[in-house]
Design a protein around this ligand. Structure first.
Ligand code: NI
Length: 263
């Protein structure tokens, strides 16, 4: 499989959890070989079998390289970003992981037990969109949600893209402010944590995102399905700093973007 085919396959699996991505694809007439995607984000835990380097390994095989690392103190996360070595039009990959040593014993235990089963899937070709392979309890979900929204999302959705990011530089007729307004006009809810537009031209990156779509989830200890936030769409507009396009991430902005899966 070629790198572009891998990305399109991930896009199709992500859209199944993200109806607003379909709306946006139609709005911008996005095609497979368009440079439409700034980055794809994954979430995981830092256990040996699932740590961010394990996910990165798959992208390394397709020509991506690790370019930056980040830390989110309050959310107990570490992250890296990758860029493709030869094809600028392929998206960057942003992989964050929850640091299990920093969360409560209860959260650590629920996630460690749930994710044990993934060890056998890590070499699977479809690992990046494998989703959830463990059974889930609403009581455990609530415990996780009380401590870490990130942990609760991971518990429900497993390993799959958390968001794609429309690269607005490829749509030069639209500023990020205008694009955000056009989505609001279509009644798509946007993430307002820290303001709709995060970052600035001076910092090299402006970002915004939808609030996650919702999905009905069946829990082992509940009769009725319960509606839970699934995935969201992010938007990015990048700017030059000292004559060079800024290709990194701003920790403070990303911290607010994480809130897009809040209930
Ligand atoms: Ni992002």
């Amino acid at each position: 499989m070629k790198a572009l085919d891998l990305i399109w396959k991930l896009w199709l699996s992500y859209k199944a959890n993200t109806p607003s991505a379909e709306v946006i694809q139609n709005l911008l007439s996005i095609q497979k070989d368009d440079y439409f995607n700034d980055h794809i984000a994954f979430r995981t835990i830092n256990s040996s079998s699932l740590k961010k380097e394990r996910i990165a390994k798959i992208f390394l095989q397709y020509g991506w390289e690790i370019k930056g690392s980040y830390h989110f103190e309050e959310k107990h996360l570490n992250a890296i970003h990758m860029e493709h070595s030869s094809n600028i039009k392929l998206p960057k990959i942003f992989i964050s992981e929850l640091i299990l040593e920093k969360v409560s014993v209860s959260t650590e235990k629920i996630l460690s037990v749930a994710f044990e089963v993934y060890e056998q899937h890590a070499k699977n070709e479809n690992f990046l969109s494998i989703g959830r392979k463990h059974s889930i309890n609403y009581s455990d979900y609530q415990k996780l949600l009380n401590e870490s929204e990130y942990a609760s999302w991971l518990y429900i959705f497993g390993i799959q893209p958390n968001h794609f990011t429309v690269y607005l530089n490829n749509y030069p007729k639209l500023s990020i402010e205008e694009f955000a307004q056009s989505l609001q006009d279509k009644n798509i809810a946007l993430n307002t944590f820290g303001g709709i537009i995060k970052g600035s031209k001076e910092k090299g990156l402006k970002q915004a995102s939808t609030m996650a779509d919702k999905k009905y989830i069946k829990f082992a200890d509940q009769d009725l399905e319960i509606e839970i936030p699934s995935c969201y769409v992010e938007f990015a507009e990048r700017f030059n700093i000292n004559g060079t396009l800024f290709n990194g991430f701003i920790t403070n902005s990303a911290d607010k973007i994480f809130e897009s899966t809040k209930t």
